[in-house]
Design a protein around this ligand. Structure first.
Ligand code: GLU
Length: 590
């Protein structure tokens, strides 16, 4: 979380840093700030609130070096003082990550006379660099970061020195190369359209960035060579087009996400096949929406390959001392490929001898460096904090992985069914009118999403999406479990949304609809199963009709429905669905 950007070059650093921060804002948006250097003098501007709050202070700023930060607070509430950059002496720093030993460092620095202004963990980095500074900023950063425990991507500048020194450990950081200008940023999209060549820094790297060049060192300050690659985000369209929000734009891009992910899979099919030969147990892991994709992956593997499979949130998995055993494969799923818990779960699996498969939308992320095989999710850049198209891309990728594990030809009948899905997803996005149901949800005290088996996996995703963007409490629950507890919550102020896409289980879930309606609860049904609407027409208040498709592929259309309900509800309540309160995309901290 947090986005950081640095610039050294011929253009006005204030413009470049501001533009970069706007692009990075999805990583955090409770406060923002920047430091600019002109003629050896540093000016710091930082404010609570979104990046645009800075705009009015930047009108007259011109600079040839700048570093900026958009924050998602971990230590210290969002405020002007806690916003980055933080300074100590002539040193100014922006930081992404968590410095876990900050209290002891702070105590020691204070006893040595340092004066702290903020409640952040990050400020210790500025003081340490200041303490170690003996005429060379790069050497001071190298010494200071050795003292830090936790994670960091940081950039430091010093009044009078025309360079930025950047360092990373377990938080992402890239360097961008221009002509007479160079950059440093948390991710490639931040530099889309302004920088065509990038290099991904590795853990322990320290980079010196000036207008004329970039030097990259290891922790002992020996020069290292890192590959310079084309910026993958360079040709992406990152604008809103005619959409009012990224969430809607990205929902409309679900068909391409499924189609391109399918296409990209052909490039890894053989490698995956050989990596998975002999696998007898599969563990899917991820966080948030990616975990919900994991729940579907488990069902695919068990149904198609008849291999035992589990799904577990990465934050739990990594701390439960898991047993892998011979023949285990771990599928680590993360949109950004930088999700701290998922990355660590993958590392743990690798160390435990399991095969690691990364399923990710970001092909240069940390997760891809750990994995034995990378299965691309080709959703394109996702800006809205709440995941939509990356989830459907993950589901499509996991479907193909499960077919591969089952020894099925992905060009076979099941693969052909997937080929039809982009068109059906398009139909779903265009035809589902979630407005009336959203109105009901907007005034509800609680909204419950219910389903069985694969529909349950989508129900939990629906509930999470609604919570994320509309702040309405609720739960995603197995329809069969309703009567074992959750039914106590049902009354006229609650809405229960049932997902029914499996004809074989429809009757069972219909019973649950009856149980809710009998207790005065409002009910809505999302279905593509014949006869359900007819049977429930006097019971449920709303129906959403999904395009007909194979039951295993139904999450690709039912997810569109639940995500649209969440979107419409958020907009109806006047929330910003792209930047929900307290959240940020790409959770790079624990
Ligand atoms: N820990 C720092 C802060 O709270 C940075 C937060 C982050 O990178 O998410 O300011």
């Amino acid at each position: 979380m947090c986005g950081i950007i640095g610039y050294a070059g011929k253009n006005n650093a204030a413009d470049v840093v501001y533009k970069g921060l706007k692009r990075l804002e999805y990583r955090g948006y409770d406060s923002a700030g920047a430091a600019f250097m002109l003629g050896g003098k540093i000016t710091v501007i930082k404010k609570e609130g979104k990046v645009e709050t800075l705009a009015q202070y930047l009108n007259n700023v011109s600079a040839d070096i700048g570093i900026g930060h958009t924050r998602w607070a971990t230590h210290g509430k969002p405020s002007d003082i806690n916003a980055h950059p933080h300074s100590a002496g002539a040193i100014t720093v922006v930081h992404n990550g968590i410095i876990e030993n900050y209290s002891e460092l702070k105590e020691r620095l204070i006893s040595d006379g340092a004066d702290f202004l903020s409640d952040t963990d990050s400020e210790v980095a500025a003081h340490l660099i200041n303490e170690f500074y003996k005429g060379d900023l790069t050497a001071a950063v190298a010494q200071a970061v050795k003292m830090l425990k936790g994670s960091y991507a940081l950039m430091a500048i010093r009044a009078g020195e025309s360079k930025i020194v950047a360092a990373r450990y377990k938080s992402p950081l890239i360097v961008g190369y221009g002509n007479g200008e160079n950059f440093c940023a948390s991710d490639e999209p931040a530099l889309a359209g302004i920088c065509e060549k990038v290099c991904v820094l590795e853990d322990g790297d320290i980079a010196e960035i000036t207008a004329d060049g970039v030097n990259i060192y290891n922790g002992n300050l020996q020069l290292v060579i890192r590959s310079v690659l084309p910026n993958l985000a360079v040709s992406e369209s990152l604008g809103l087009g005619d959409c009012p929000h990224y969430m809607l734009k990205e929902l409309r891009e679900v068909p391409q996400s499924v189609q391109f992910t399918h296409k990209a899979f052909y490039g890894v099919e053989e490698k995956l096949k050989s990596a998975l030969s002999g696998v007898n147990r599969v563990i899917f892991t991820g966080c948030g929406t990616a975990y919900h994709a994991a729940l579907i992956g488990k069902r695919y593997v068990e149904s198609f390959a008849r291999i035992p499979a589990e799904a577990e949130t990465a934050g739990e998995f990594r701390y439960k001392n898991p047993v892998f055993g011979a023949g285990a494969a771990v599928f680590a799923i993360s949109q950004s490929g930088e999700t701290a818990d998922t990355v660590e779960a993958a590392r743990l699996a690798k160390a435990g001898g399991a095969k690691v498969v990364a399923v990710t939308n970001c092909l240069r992320s940390e997760l891809t460096r750990i994995a034995d095989v990378v299965v691309p999710v080709a959703a394109g850049v996702e800006i809205c904090v709440a995941a939509t198209k990356s989830y459907t891309g993950q589901v499509a990728a996991l479907y193909l992985c499960a077919l591969t594990l089952a020894g099925e030809d992905i060009g076979g009948w099941r693969g052909k069914l997937l080929l039809k899905m982009p068109e059906l997803c398009k139909k779903a996005v265009e035809s589902i009118d979630a407005g009336a149901l959203a109105q009901l949800c907007a005034s509800a005290r609680g909204v419950y999403f219910l389903g069985r088996d694969i529909d349950y996996a989508v129900a939990v995703e629906g509930s999470l999406k609604l919570k994320e963007v509309s702040y309405i409490a609720g739960e995603g629950y197995p329809a069969g479990e309703l009567k074992h507890g959750t039914l106590a919550l049902i009354d006229g102020k609650t809405v229960s949304i049932f997902i029914i896409t499996d004809g074989g289980l429809a009757g069972k879930t219909e019973n649950a609809v009856e149980q809710v309606v009998s207790r005065g609860g409002k009910a809505a049904v999302i279905t593509n199963v014949d006869g359900v609407e007819e049977r429930l027409k006097d019971k449920a208040d709303y129906f959403i009709k999904l395009p007909e498709c194979d039951k295993y592929l139904s999450p690709l259309v039912s997810a569109v429905a639940v995500q649209l309900i969440a979107y419409r509800t958020a907009v109806m309540l006047g929330r910003d669905p792209d930047k929900p309160r307290n959240l940020a995309k790409s959770v790079t901290v624990e």
